[in-house]
Design a protein around this ligand. Structure first.
Ligand code: PCA
Length: 239
């Protein structure tokens, strides 16, 4: 998969209409594991469409919000390389990545990226690393810098199933989360970044609709553009 697979798009109308533009880099993944679709793509596409029409709450609350969507291959290393390259190019205010976690029934706000590759199935390029670090010299784990508790409370208040998650797994989504946090920690520590897993939104009994997932991302952007520390809500997990 090469760089052409990436689909950049910035709304010129919005970019020209405001003095300060805050690009929000939002990545989605291609299908994997034999599936025809990856709902993360639908969610990011719809978020971008609404942003182009100026319909996001984030745009009412923060001037200059522009969504820059990026579609990534489900490939270890490559996904992270492409997104860090896009970060260098766009110098975004926020980086939010979205992926599918089939079998879950909530929007999962990922708190932690692990320095670990342990793939149960091959990625889309056939790689299947087992028990390997992502970077040999990196920290064991890195925390999302998005305001997840503030966002989680707001998403729950909108009656959307949401949870804070302590593991993004050990496949390509975790690889991307860790790689982006590692990169930003060194290059642009003021830039908040994190990862959101969505359930299979195309399943017949999907617990969350595409519209709800889009609203959840919108609220996550709203909260994460604030420079304030995250709220101290008592949302820690017992197990
Ligand atoms: N989900 C996979 C990789 C791509 C995606 O959408 C994961 O959770 O790692």
């Amino acid at each position: 998969m090469n760089f052409n697979a990436i689909d950049f798009h910035v709304s010129r109308r919005q970019a020209g209409a405001v003095a300060t533009v805050h690009p929000i880099l939002v990545s989605a993944f291609e299908p994997f594991g034999g599936a025809q679709r990856n709902p993360s793509h639908d969610v990011v596409q719809e978020l971008t469409r609404r942003a182009e029409r100026g319909q996001l709450s984030a745009q009412q609350e923060h001037a200059g919000v522009v969504v820059v969507p990026v579609l990534l291959p489900v490939e270890f290393s490559t996904a992270g390389q492409l997104l860090t390259r896009a970060i260098s190019e766009h110098r975004p205010a926020l980086v939010i990545s979205v992926g599918l976690a089939a079998g879950t029934d909530t929007i999962r706000l990922e708190r932690v990226g692990l320095n670990l590759r342990d793939a149960r199935i091959p990625d889309n390029a056939g790689a299947q690393p087992v028990d390997e670090p992502i970077t040999a010299e990196g920290e064991s784990a890195l925390f999302s810098t998005l305001r997840l508790k503030a966002a989680g409370e707001r998403i729950a208040a909108a009656d959307i199933p949401v949870s804070l998650s302590l593991s993004a797994g050990s496949y390509v989504c975790n690889d991307l989360l860790y790689t982006v946090l590692h990169h930003l920690g060194r290059q642009a520590p003021q830039t908040r970044a994190g990862f959101v897993h969505v359930p299979d939104l195309h399943a017949a009994d999907a617990p969350v609709t595409v519209g709800q997932a889009v609203l959840a991302l919108d609220l996550l952007i709203c909260e994460s553009l604030s420079e304030a520390p995250d709220t101290a809500a008592q949302l820690g997990a017992l197990h």
